[in-house]
Design a protein around this ligand. Structure first.
Ligand code: SF4
Length: 68
């Protein structure tokens, strides 16, 4: 089972919580309004941190999609 990180850019307001939780997966460039996902398919070592990012994103812009 693999997984993909998805973002709804319309919801992202650049709070940067996700970057704090998982800086190897999310980066918020200076003056950017939306976060950049460095890798949509992180390996499992990032799963817990990405789940925290999803949970704590204040605008619920992130989700994890399970794939086969
Ligand atoms: S925490 Fe949510 S709103 Fe903030 S930058 Fe990340 S995805 Fe965007």
């Amino acid at each position: 089972m693999t997984w993909i990180v998805r973002i709804d850019e319309a919801l992202c307001q650049g709070h940067g919580v996700c970057e704090s939780e998982s800086p190897e997966v999310f980066v918020l460039p200076k003056r950017a309004r939306t976060v950049t996902i460095i890798t949509e398919r992180p390996d499992d070592t990032h799963r817990v941190a990405v789940e925290a990012a999803v949970r704590y994103c204040p605008t619920h812009a992130l989700r994890i999609e399970e794939t086969d």
